[in-house]
Design a protein around this ligand. Sequence first.
Ligand code: 0X9
Ligand code: CA
Ligand code: CA
Ligand code: CA
Ligand code: ZN
Length: 324
Amino acid sequence: GFPPADSGYHDHAEMTAAIDRYVREHPTILSRQVIGTSHEGRDIVAVKISDNVRADEDEPEVLFTHHQHAREHLTVEMALYVIREFGERYGSDARITRMVDQRELWIIPDANPDGGEYDIAGGTYRSWRKNRQPTPGSRYVGTDLNRNWPYQWGCCGGSSSNPSSLTYRGPSPGSATEVGVVADFVESRVVGGEQQIRAHIDFHTYSELVLWPYGYTHSDTAPGLTRDDRDAFATVGRAMAASNGYTPQQSSDLYVTDGSINDWMWGVHRIFSYTFEMYPGPNGRDGFYPPDEVIERETARNEGAVLLLLENADCMYRSIGKER
Ligand code: 0X9
Ligand code: CA
Ligand code: CA
Ligand code: CA
Ligand code: ZN
């Protein structure tokens, strides 16, 4: 588990117990399912939040993913915040109630349980980033999940082919077990030939940023990303950033990445996919390990942005005056 000074964070077992408790307390609007297992065999879970949660209704679906990077533990707390608050405030908070009634929200609170557990297992933090899958023919362990997605994989100098690198892209596109589990889940949401998920946030730390695709190129527009698409991304991205005080930008403005989850979500599925880099800011001295005292403030800080994405998810182009 976490060091005693950071006991407010949830390790994998504590996270699972917290989710089970929330689902038990609010069984009509919360459900959980195991969507697969990690390389080392831990459950990867998806929580669904909606009215009539056991029915697949014709409501715009939204996905949040968390903890691709092992040391970014605050992102798991972000997932637990949304599950807890939506569960507790349904029926009393007007915005939450409306979104629970009119959307189907999927939350994958821990996409990299093996890396997360490894990071905290030694009693002091290990600054681990990747998963824990051995690389064939190498003594190094781990693939950077956010460089392993099978869209423009390894195309553009935004990842490393060296297994020792923090941004190692893996031996082949989609080779990481956990990427396969999450990708299969997203593919399972294609119903009647139509992807049900309209919008997505992948939570990371840190730098307090709202980022949109593409990451593989500096161009604002690119194959499959029109001017209107880009403008809708930027308009909703800026609105979310105005709400949480983060800085909005195209992800490649930060640095080029290839094989990131955002590029795959948009490039393959046309899901409006953002990265949030949470607390602290770019010069924050806490880095990846802010004390547990900040969890409540820094997760609550994103409630408005999360609601904005849900509210826009039925038609992202409304934000630029081009309803379709
Ligand atoms: O490098 C990443 O995967 C993300 N940053 S982190 O410090 N959490 O590792 C940023 C991904 C967003 N995409 C681009 N910047 N292109
Ligand atoms: Ca503390
Ligand atoms: Ca519903
Ligand atoms: Ca549905
Ligand atoms: Zn990250």
